[in-house]
Design a protein. Structure first.
Length: 278
């Protein structure tokens, strides 16, 4: 048997297997700690199955997979869903890598600290240069640490969901290196832009989020086989939100400089990585 790919749960994998079965290609599922591995039974089927797997990753909700489940699925197929909370937790963990999860944990701990009485202390140590007294350039970490600060529940939920969804895709598909570069570059340069546009009182992972959006956008177009494409509707939503940030429509204080800077970082890195040989 030859492995063609990995999926977070057997339910999703079965849809692909049913579709391949209709093409005369038979596969086997192997459970792992982070989902299931799909393997083809015949070596001659590997190339075709691998191509179909990549297409499935791009659009798992295509009607052809639902139809295949009706036509080729087995009534005897059983899925062990387990407790709903455990299943959600498993999907959350398997949908991201160590770096993605570490940033989620750090941002969450800092946000918790802000809400249990340590807001002033945390802001004093993590804010950008000039936001508090005695925050000189020798405290080099301040160019990055504002990216870890969030001021409201909506702010952190919005940013961390996108970071998990896109950052997790990048890390699981391409490895930790491209995501680490995006995190460090988009977590610093956009902060500098925001500082010159609106001063030092800002925070949030938004610049990094827009970087992974831009990166995923470009890679999905230039290197679709990478498996990290983003549906056009999602791109449209994020660009529309970027435009709304320059208005007072929602009455929110939005770090527009960080958003634009992050998007440019992600698009640039996407073009660079899309030209690299695999």
């Amino acid at each position: 048997m030859l492995e063609i790919g990995h999926l977070p749960n057997a339910r999703a994998a079965q849809a692909l297997i049913d579709y391949l079965k209709g093409q005369g290609i038979y596969c086997q599922l192997t459970p792992t700690e982070q989902g299931v591995v799909i393997s083809v039974m015949q070596e001659t089927d590997y190339s075709t199955a691998k191509t179909e797997y990549e297409q499935f990753i791009q659009n798992p909700y295509d009607e052809k997979y639902l139809k295949a489940s009706w036509d080729n699925g087995s009534a005897g197929t059983k899925f062990d869903y387990g407790a709903p909370s455990l299943q959600l937790f498993t999907q959350f963990i398997s949908g991201a890598g160590p770096l993605t999860l570490a940033i989620i944990a750090i941002c969450s701990v800092i946000f918790l600290g802000f809400n249990i009485g340590f807001a002033n202390t945390l802001f004093e140590h993590l804010s950008f240069f000039g936001a508090v007294p005695n925050s000189g350039f020798e405290q080099f970490w301040r160019v990055f640490t504002p990216s870890l600060i969030h001021f409201s529940a909506m702010h952190i939920i919005f940013n961390l969901l996108w970071w998990w969804y896109l950052g997790g895709k990048i890390e699981n598909r391409l490895g930790i290196r491209p995501l680490l570069i995006l995190l460090l570059v988009a977590g610093t340069l956009p902060n500098i832009i925001q500082y010159y546009l609106a001063g030092p009182n800002f925070g949030g992972l938004s610049g990094v989020v827009y970087a992974v959006v831009g990166y995923t956008w470009v890679m999905g177009i230039k290197r679709p086989e990478s498996g990290i494409g983003l549906p056009p509707a999602y791109i449209g939503f994020m660009l529309l939100w970027l435009v709304f940030g320059f208005t007072d429509m929602f009455g929110l204080s939005i770090a527009n400089g960080a958003h634009i800077g992050g998007l440019l970082v992600g698009v640039t890195q996407g073009f660079i990585d899309s030209k690299k040989r695999t």
